[in-house]
Design a binder for this molecule. Structure first.
Ligand SMILES: Cc1ncc(COP(=O)(O)O)c(C=O)c1O
Length: 388
């Protein structure tokens, strides 16, 4: 029986050969010129000025959270995060001592509920709002920008599930000061493990470069480094082991970057197939949730839907070798790592609904229209729709 995996490998035989040749030809594998090349190519693809390659999407979020603090970017340490997101979208902010407020999700695009966000802004005056583009979908950026003007917060995008999606002629991942991306297995492209932070803010870029590697200034741009040396009265020798920021080590390697360069060549094709599959699902499952796809390109990560009898559907699909998953974290407020730490439970009705009824189905570039039809036929045999 054919297996329908939720996510599939994007690394093919040609990539494996490239990796083998890379190892044969090079002695130095650590972060160096291939990392720079991958970062440049990624920035060009996304249309941002700068990118910083790291060892995972989670590290990208951690690096952003720390750079915002070290660079004094925020008016306060209150951050709004989506209740429907990923554990490591949220946990870096808890670990770094931010006050985290969970915001409910929107029924159309699974992004932030703008209504709930405004209520939170009025009450807490947050310094930072993080949006997560869920499963290839966008957020309602027009309305979020209106709130940003009114309440003056900084905006960050976690784009780990949506690389390649385009909204109003712009790539997702270009709407805030910085965005994070994941290149884990089964994501749109893969560097085995890997992630990226993208930004068009030069100052922020330099702080990211420093914090990525211990907090030293070896990797930062020359004028930025000179400024630091002057400010802290450090000579050329001392500068080698001077740590200007409270740093991390979230670097990746040139080996992974070289793979990333090859993978990036495929992203447009991969996104188009994911979009086509998404449309096929929508047509097949029109009696289920009619989700928003008014993006020029939805680089869909999986097809989200809602059913009354989720466990039964999951088990039946499993028996047919079709993988499915809960709709990412469901309601973050219900996750053990959150509820162990934070006792008050905010009202998040949409996230609650997702927690109870959300399920998502496979989408990746190795699925054909025939595969999608097969998945949908089996899904519909047992699934009882519930209105969201
Ligand atoms: C929204 C979101 N953010 C962050 C991550 C973390 O990425 P990584 O697995 O590369 O650490 C994921 C992982 O799937 C994710 O879905």
């Amino acid at each position: 029986m054919k297996e329908f995996k939720l996510a599939d490998n994007t690394i093919d035989n040609k990539d494996y050969k490239k990796m083998i040749n890379f190892l044969k030809e090079r002695k130095y594998l650590n972060q160096s010129k291939f990392t720079h090349k991958f970062q440049e190519k990624f920035s060009k693809f996304l249309n941002t000025k700068f990118s910083v390659f790291v060892n995972s999407g989670s590290s990208a979020n951690l690096l952003i959270a720390q750079a915002l603090l070290e660079g004094n970017y925020l008016k306060n340490k209150v951050v709004v995060l989506p209740a429907v997101s990923w554990a490591t979208s949220v946990s870096p902010f808890l670990q770094l001592g931010y006050k985290v407020i969970l915001c409910d999700c929107d029924k159309n695009d699974l992004g932030l509920s703008v209504r709930n966000l405004e209520t939170i802004c009025k009450k807490f005056n947050p310094g930072l709002v993080v949006v997560v583009n869920v499963l290839g979908h966008s957020n309602n950026f027009k309305k979020i920008f209106n709130l940003q003007k009114k309440y003056n917060f900084k905006l960050i995008e976690d784009n780990c599930e949506s690389l390649g999606s385009r909204f109003k002629n712009k790539n997702l991942g270009t709407f805030g000061i910085a965005s994070s991306h994941s290149f884990y297995y089964g994501h749109h492209i893969s560097t085995i493990e890997g992630g990226m932070v993208s930004t068009s803010d030069r100052n922020f870029y330099n702080i990211l470069l420093a914090i990525r590697s211990h907090g030293w200034a070896r990797d930062v741009q020359e004028p930025f480094k000179k400024k630091l040396e002057k400010r802290f009265k450090v000579d050329e020798f001392k500068s080698l082991y001077t740590f200007y920021y409270s740093g991390l080590n979230v670097r990746s390697t040139d080996f992974n970057a070289n793979l990333g360069i090859e993978q990036l060549k495929k992203i447009k094709k991969i996104s188009k197939i994911r979009h086509k599959n998404f449309e096929r699902y929508k047509k097949n499952l029109k009696d289920f949730w009619n989700q928003n796809s008014n993006l020029e390109l939805i680089s869909s990560f999986g097809f989200a839907t809602f059913v009354k009898n989720r466990l039964q559907v999951f088990k039946y699909l499993k028996s047919k070798k079709i993988q499915s998953r809960p709709l990412i974290c469901g309601n973050m407020g219900q996750q053990p790592f959150w509820s162990k730490k934070i006792k008050n439970k905010p009202s998040l009705p949409n996230a609650e609904f997702i927690d109870k009824y959300g399920i998502y189905l496979p989408n990746h570039a190795n699925l054909s229209s025939k595969d999608i039809d097969f998945i949908c036929k089996n899904f519909k045999k047992y699934a009882r729709p519930i209105y969201f």
